[in-house]
Design a protein around this ligand. Structure first.
Ligand SMILES: NC(=O)c1ccc[n+]([C@@H]2O[C@H](COP(=O)([O-])OP(=O)(O)OC[C@H]3O[C@@H](n4cnc5c(N)ncnc54)[C@H](OP(=O)(O)O)[C@@H]3O)[C@@H](O)[C@H]2O)c1
Length: 231
């Protein structure tokens, strides 16, 4: 298929902030490939929004490879990759839970970037947005405003994701990629049992901004709606 519009793939986009990122990119005229691991949920959300459903479980090598093959066959390139899918681990602090959480939140992002970089290289303006969190900021975690209880898997996965982001940003930045991490703020979604005070649509905005930045935009940064976030 020949596609003149920008093409964006958003992982974990069947609900929550990812769904809103997909909706806002569609609103900007971008062709959106709406990713998610559950085929029925992905199909339903894609149909509602007018996106192309792409089943992709970021925790599985074969699923990610199959998704990349599908995008290659149907579109031949990708302009924007938004790595949004994540899990919390539910509050347990054991190694098995950490492995599960890292396999999605960190290794899942690495799988996606590695599988889709060849397609992103065919874009005139490749962009990668990693949806992180302020709880991955070591500056925040060690500061006076951190009221969170002891928790290993989720915050450390987001710290690792930030580190992964800057490694790819330095390397792919040499080829003109812009690779950035964003924090959506505390939004009401399934992830936190809808306790957040922001809407998913508000949380989506910074990801959409970084997904659509121009040549003069930043690389290797971490941003929320107020600007740069300390690592
Ligand atoms: N909500 C907040 O306050 C907040 C704050 C800071 C950062 N964030 C970040 O924002 C992003 C979106 O979170 P959210 O709050 O919108 O969470 P959510 O409503 O729980 O949505 C998470 C999405 O990720 C998907 N997902 C989970 N594991 C996956 C896998 N292995 N492969 C593919 N998709 C997978 C889920 O699919 P299923 O429907 O199949 O489970 C769902 O679509 C995450 O990166 C999160 O860490 C959220």
């Amino acid at each position: 298929m020949t596609e003149n519009k920008n093409i964006a793939l958003v992982t974990g986009a069947n609900k929550g902030i990812g769904r809103e990122i997909a909706a806002q990119l569609l609103g900007r005229g971008v062709t959106v490939l709406l990713g998610g691991r559950n085929p029925e949920l992905v199909a339903a959300a894609a149909q509602e929004l007018g996106a192309r459903p792409v089943v992709v479980d970021v925790s599985e090598d074969a699923s990610v490879a199959a998704a990349a093959e599908l995008v290659e066959a149907e579109y031949g390139r990708l302009d924007v990759l938004v790595n949004n899918a994540a899990i919390t681990g539910g509050g347990a602090n054991d190694v098995a839970t950490m492995q599960t959480v890292f396999n999605t939140n960190v290794f899942g992002v690495i799988r996606m970037i590695d599988a889709f970089t060849p397609l992103l290289r065919r874009s005139a303006a490749p962009r990668i947005v990693n949806v992180s969190s302020s709880v991955g900021s070591l500056d925040f975690v060690t500061g006076p405003n951190n009221q969170l209880p002891f928790m290993l898997p989720y915050p450390t996965s987001k710290s690792a994701l930030n580190a992964v982001t800057v490694q790819y940003a330095r390397e792919l930045g040499k080829e003109g990629f812009k690779v950035n991490a964003v924090c959506p703020g505390y939004c009401a979604t399934d992830l936190n049992h809808f306790s957040g005070h922001r809407t998913p649509a508000q949380g989506a905005e910074i990801a959409v901004t970084m997904a659509t930045i121009g040549e003069d935009g930043p690389n290797a940064g971490f941003f929320d709606e107020n600007g740069p976030v300390a690592w």
